[in-house]
Every structure is written in C-alpha cells, then in structure tokens.
Design a protein around this ligand. Structure first.
Ligand SMILES: CC(C)(COP(=O)(O)OP(=O)(O)OC[C@H]1O[C@@H](n2cnc3c(N)ncnc32)[C@H](O)[C@@H]1OP(=O)(O)O)[C@@H](O)C(=O)NCCC(=O)NCCS
Length: 106
C-alpha cells in the first residue's frame, strides 16, 4: 500500500504495509509489487517514496537512507531503516519532516 504524505507541504508517498502470502514469498512478488507501484507513482508525478523497514530488503528496489536527502521521520527511528526512493530525476529537491496521513495517528 502507498499512502499520501506531506514533506514541507509537498505531496509525496509512503510505502507500507507490504505483504505477500507466505506460500507465495521468495518468488519476487514483493519486489514486483514495489516496482509496479513506483512506476505508477512516477506517472502520477510523485518525486519521492519513503519507507520504514528492513534496509537489506528495500535497498533492492533502490531505497537509501532518507537522511541523505534531508528527509526526516516524525518519530525516533534508526536512521538506516528510514529510507527514501527518488522516483524521478526532475529538478525537485524536497526536504523536511514527513507528515503521515492522519489515519496513522502519528
Ligand atoms: C517482506 C515480504 C513482503 C517480501 O515479499 P517476497 O515476495 O517474499 O519478496 P521477494 O521474493 O520479492 O524478495 C526478493 C528478495 O528479498 C529477499 N527477502 C525477502 N524477504 C526478506 C526480508 N524479510 N528481509 C530481507 N530480505 C528479504 C529475498 O531473499 C530476495 O533476495 P534475493 O533476490 O537476493 O534472493 C514478505 O516476506 C512478507 O509479506 N512478510 C511479512 C510482512 C512484512 O514483514 N512486510 C514488510 C514490512 S511492512
């Protein structure tokens, strides 16, 4: 699932949760879902997707530590696990604290 977030009043997206039924895991479905989501988000004009999770897993789809972009979590977190994927190369530098959808109650 991807939800809308705000970073410094710019609308971007966050990835979570991601789940594949146990009997279908380790067949590339998780990565395929993420990459398809990125491709749709790119077409919709989003610049960044953020995720909180395993750095070993999400780096397979190009996520890197969000601190490299000056993008910060609104809670205490190991900075290596709070990551960002830049979706397009447009000249749009966005940084600041992530504001999640109100449903997350963060
Ligand atoms: C995490 C999850 C979505 C991965 O889905 P998947 O379809 O099994 O993943 P893929 O087959 O696309 O994974 C491809 C690669 O990631 C690796 N990988 C899979 N799960 C991993 C994990 N939990 N941690 C690190 N690496 C993982 C695989 O070994 C594979 O690596 P390889 O290409 O080098 O062999 C799935 O295990 C799941 O639903 N887990 C329970 C829910 C969860 O924890 N979601 C994530 C947090 S919201």
């Amino acid at each position: 699932m991807f939800t809308k977030i705000l970073i410094n009043n710019n609308e971007e997206i966050a990835l979570a949760p991601l789940a594949v039924l146990p009997e279908y895991q380790r067949q590339g479905i998780g990565i395929a879902l993420i990459e398809k989501g990125h491709s749709i988000a790119r077409r919709m004009g989003y610049h960044y997707s953020v995720v909180l999770g395993s750095k070993d897993y999400y780096k397979k789809t190009g996520y890197e530590p969000a601190k490299n972009f000056g993008i910060l979590a609104p809670f205490e977190v190991d900075s290596n696990n709070f990551m960002v994927k830049r979706l397009n190369n447009a000249d749009k530098e966005i940084n600041g604290v992530v504001n999640y959808a109100k449903e997350f109650k963060i």
